[in-house]
Design a protein around this ligand. Structure first.
Ligand code: FES
Ligand code: FES
Length: 160
């Protein structure tokens, strides 16, 4: 029996329109993982600190653990499942092999930075990745991979 408190939410998910009924307190992270079976985004802290739950909200990295699902009505959400496998090549080349908890969020932010290499003019990669934590302190490979990927995109952008 439908819950009369539920809210119907329509949004774009990984490029496809979606309509789903959610409870007012449902978090986007849980809707993705448990209602829509998109388990790439992970729960780490659940408090907006670690970045394991990173998705794109209208193209910008956001912590899905902090977003009530009803608030994404009319918005565009993209998850790690939409990221092509070859987007990882820079990180693999630099040995940035991380665990399953932090990798999805790191990759989401890294891929976004690669599309915005101009940010490296005013920020370091470490500053830009500050919202994605690794408890194992495996940052060097991550930073190297992202720096290489951003630099090559920046060079390509300047050449065109
Ligand atoms: S689980 Fe969302 S920021 Fe840590
Ligand atoms: S938390 Fe994933 S490798 Fe450190």
């Amino acid at each position: 029996m439908p819950d009369s408190n539920n809210i119907n939410v329509e949004f774009t998910l990984n490029g496809n329109p979606i309509s789903i009924d959610v409870a007012p307190r449902d978090r986007l992270l849980d809707t993705l993982r448990y209602a829509l079976d998109l388990t790439g985004a992970k729960e780490g802290c659940g408090e907006g600190e670690c970045g394991a739950c990173t998705v794109y909200l209208d193209g910008v990295p956001a912590n899905s653990c902090l977003i009530p699902t009803y608030q994404v009505s009319g918005r565009a959400i993209d998850t790690i499942e939409s990221i092509p496998a070859d987007a990882l090549s820079d990180m693999l080349a630099s040995g940035a092999t991380q665990c399953g908890a932090c990798t999805p969020g790191v990759v989401m932010t890294a891929c976004w930075l690669k599309r915005h290499p101009e940010l490296l003019k005013t920020h370091t990669v470490r500053e830009l990745m500050a919202g994605n934590l690794c408890r194992c302190t495996g940052y060097d490979g991550i930073i190297d991979g992202i720096t290489d990927g951003c630099q090559s995109n920046y060079d390509r952008g300047n050449a065109s």
